[in-house]
Design a protein around this ligand. Sequence first.
Ligand SMILES: [Zn+2]
Length: 64
Amino acid sequence: MLPKTSSCPVCGRPSAAETRPFCGKACRDRDLLQWLGEGYRVPGSPAADEMKKSDDYGVDSPLD
Ligand SMILES: [Zn+2]
């Protein structure tokens, strides 16, 4: 059951057409930076961190 209008994943406000799914450029940029930050993680991080990540995926994976 999905809401008719999507909300900004960063702050939860209604998303704007130009910057969907975000409410504005500020939140879009913020999310992008966070995403890039994840990508820039140095390879070979501790196993504990990997496990924590996969656990997160299991909880709220949107691909089901
Ligand atoms: Zn927002």
